[in-house]
Design a protein around this ligand. Structure first.
Ligand SMILES: Cc1ncc(COP(=O)(O)O)c(C=O)c1O
Length: 477
């Protein structure tokens, strides 16, 4: 396997590394710590059985390195904690809301800013107002909650990522791009009136944390303009996407991440956001829009389910943390370290011949279970088997992104398989150090060495949607 040095080489070429050394260090020092527990192999086995082999069912203290998600699991800065101390908890018109609103407007340029308790609440509110039964929502790739919220409106969530976007071994700089020809064909076939919005997810989480180029956003914008369809960004990882544009897209090397992010937002009519990712906060989200009528309808629903429009289900101190986080996430030193640390894990496992989605994404390394475990068919959940084994081996918790998450259960038949069988090792922001990541690499390599001994699973209990959160499994012997 060839190690991927994409970001590294681009940085070196352009002379952007501020210190003349190869190691890119964490741009922070640790101010307070949380102890890691070390469950024994027997304790891990017992935990797996209790949880029905679903890693969502583990207690955090049963996990050694938790790479389940990068969502809400990052460490906040001293400035964010300081902001929390001055959070204004007024029910209406809180000072913290206005600080938050100013930060979001300054970043996105959108006029209407609606706080929500997290990303999926933003999705539910926006889709309840704009999507109706029988509609089709195109996206490069819907994330699980986005798909579920579209389907909850009895509409179709259609994934239109470029060809190659679902081939883990295919190396492209902007593998999250939307297939614009397929988008046009979809609009022509379905009819403009049944397409309430086009969404683009930056970065493309379910497709490997892959970025979307500015050029692609411009092309999608042009098609949306032609048909009069709003373009909405799923902006969870806008800063990581902006950094990839800086590294990889001609014409952007000298722009700041903030300038690039603003340009990305300027091409859209609105966004949904989970501030638990590139908001660097532990909770929160928002819908931001230009259309005042849609925003008014969203606020009405917000009052019904989340809270008054100046807090949207959040405490004043959460709004402070998000406002500060949105600024910090665009610091170049942070983004350089962030993207490099993901790439570092990728290089480690690739170097040992472990198949992963290439090039590595922004927030996570995605192990390719289909290539890793060719002897386990999709309906026996190879990525679930691999995820369970990483936990069994070294207490490392990742998440299945494959047929459990995206396949469809069919009565009396094996599940319809997902496009890819991945285990995502998502790296919480500013939380783990290089030695933690070295440890994860060793665990992955140890499991790889005995991959032929891994067996599939069957589902014995599942919910009608988002089944991966609560399903229970049994090993197939
Ligand atoms: C691309 C994407 N969209 C939406 C969401 C939903 O956000 P939340 O978990 O805050 O509801 C996520 C969360 O992982 C995501 O990755």
């Amino acid at each position: 396997m060839t190690p991927v040095h994409l970001a590294d080489s681009v940085l070196a070429q352009e002379g952007q590394i501020p210190l003349p050394y190869r190691t890119i260090i964490e741009p922070f020092k640790i101010h307070s710590t949380q102890a890691i527990d070390f469950p024994t192999p027997d304790q891990r086995e017992a935990a797996l059985q209790r949880a029905g082999y679903n890693l969502f069912g583990l207690h955090a203290e049963e996990v050694i390195i938790d790479l389940l998600t990068d969502s809400g699991t990052g460490a906040m800065s001293a400035k964010q904690w300081a902001g929390m101390m001055v959070g204004d908890e007024s029910y209406a018109g809180s000072r913290s809301f206005y600080r938050f609103e100013t930060a979001v407007k300054d970043l996105t340029g959108f006029d209407e800013i609606i706080p929500t308790h997290q990303g999926r609440a933003a999705e539910r509110i926006l889709f309840s107002v704009t999507v109706k039964a029988g509609d089709v929502v195109p996206n490069n790739t819907h994330f699980d909650t986005t798909r579920a919220n579209v389907e909850y409106q009895e509409a179709e969530a259609r994934d239109l990522v470029i060809p190659g976007g679902t081939d883990p071994a295919h190396v492209l700089p902007f593998k999250g791009n939307m297939d614009v020809a397929a988008l046009r064909a979809t609009i022509e076939a379905v009819g403009r009136e049944r397409i309430p919005m086009v969404m683009v997810t930056v970065t493309n989480n379910s497709g490997g944390g892959q970025p979307v180029s500015m050029e692609n956003l411009r092309e999608v914008r042009a098609i949306c303009d032609e048909y009069g369809i709003p373009l909405i960004l799923d902006a969870c990882r806008f800063a990581e996407n902006a950094w990839f544009i800086k590294l990889r897209e001609p014409g952007y090397a000298d722009k700041t991440p903030k300038e690039i992010a603003r340009e990305m937002f300027s091409l859209a009519d609105g966004c949904t956001m989970s501030a638990k990712k590139d908001g660097l906060a532990n909770i929160g989200g928002f819908v931001a829009l230009n259309d005042p009528e849609v925003a008014a309808a969203c606020r009405n629903l917000l009052i019904l389910t989340e809270g008054f429009p100046t807090y949207g289900g959040l405490a004043g101190y959460d709004l402070e943390a998000i406002a500060q986080g949105l600024e910090e996430v665009l610091h170049e030193e942070y983004l350089r370290y962030r993207i490099r640390s993901t790439e570092y894990l990728a290089e480690k496992v690739l170097g040992a011949g472990v198949p992963i989605v290439r090039p590595p994404g922004g927030h996570a390394v995605y192990l390719d279970a289909k290539a890793f475990l060719p002897h386990i068919p999709p309906h026996e959940y190879p990525a679930q088997s691999l995820a369970v084994e990483l936990y069994r081996e070294g207490g490392v918790r990742g998440v299945e992104i494959g047929t459990v998450m995206f396949g469809r259960a069919r009565a009396g038949q094996p599940d319809e398989a997902a496009a890819m069988e991945l285990v995502r090792l998502a790296i919480p922001r500013r939380t783990y150090t290089q030695s933690h990541i070295d440890f994860v690499g060793e665990v992955v390599i140890a499991v790889a060495a005995r991959s032929e001994s891994l067996r599939g699973y069957r589902i014995v209990e599942q919910a009608p949607w988002l089944r991966h959160f609560t399903a229970r499994f049994e090993p197939i012997t």
